[in-house]
Design a protein around this ligand. Structure first.
Ligand code: HPA
Length: 255
């Protein structure tokens, strides 16, 4: 995908990259505060990878308190050009069933009061507006899709991600509204992460893992136990997918 370094941001269910042969951990301080933890750097199936667990090493940072700016800035500053974001989501539309991998191609931001931009109008650049027509890097998305096909993982190859504020789950009526808006998936971390990645000109795509049917889309209530169980089985497939995606990224010429 590019000559720069490659990073994985791990979400719920992926706080550690088991096969990463760690060579060092880098504690980064940024103008925006502290990232979710040190960058863990090592060899992953023969390729260098930087790993950052979005919610911290012990999964203690809730979605609305993640320092997205510090995370993205730290990666950029470490020379990262490609970011694979792994994220747990709820499935809204019919085919977004628990355990399924989805590679979204669109996102709608329903979050509020998060630090969502690097462009506060206080720099030399004046007012800056980045294009977000296609929020994810299409080359990286296609690499994820091709790898998933090769492995027969049956990933959903497109979908609109609804980024909600959390940390509570949604009401059934909120999910109905998100579906009317055209959303297929719902998660709490896609924004501002996706927009900040674009502001830093990072090549960014999301590998979403459906942890549960969204509120009102299945019998009964959503339990943390159900989410953990589905994530656990789906992460096995994510861990198959990631090494192949990274290998393919390294084979491709820079865009
Ligand atoms: N809603 C929002 N975020 C989520 C969900 C959900 O149902 N499941 C996992 N992350």
């Amino acid at each position: 995908m590019s000559g720069g370094r490659l990073a994985i941001i791990g979400g719920t269910g992926l706080t550690r990259l088991k096969d990463l042969e760690i060579s060092r951990r880098e504690v980064m301080h940024t103008p925006y505060g502290e990232p979710s933890g040190p960058l863990t750097i090592g060899q992953y199936h023969g390729h260098e990878v930087l790993f950052l667990p979005r919610h911290g090493a012990h999964h203690t940072i809730p979605p609305h308190q993640v320092n997205y700016r510090a995370n993205l800035w730290a990666l950029k500053n470490a020379g990262v050009e490609t970011v694979l974001a792994v994220a747990a989501v709820g499935g809204i539309t019919q085919h977004m069933t628990p355990g399924r991998i989805a590679i979204p191609d669109q996102i709608i931001d329903y979050t509020w009061s998060r630090h969502h931009t690097f462009f506060e109008g206080d720099g030399d650049d004046g007012v800056t507006h980045v294009d977000m027509t296609y929020p994810y890097n299409e080359g990286l998305r296609q690499t994820l899709i091709a790898a998933s096909r090769e492995l027969g993982l049956g990933a959903m190859e497109r979908g609109t991600y609804a980024a909600t504020q959390g940390p509570r789950l949604e009401t059934a009526a909120e999910i109905d509204r998100l579906e009317r808006d055209g959303c297929d998936l719902v998660g709490m971390t896609g924004m501002p992460e996706t927009a900040l990645a674009r502001e830093l000109e990072l090549c960014y795509a999301c590998c979403a893992v459906v942890a549960n049917r969204a509120a009102g889309r299945s019998e009964g209530l959503i339990t943390m136990e159900d989410i953990a169980r589905h994530l656990d089985s789906a992460m096995g497939r994510v861990k198959q997918l990631l090494p192949l995606v990274i290998k393919r990224c390294r084979e491709l010429p820079a865009p």
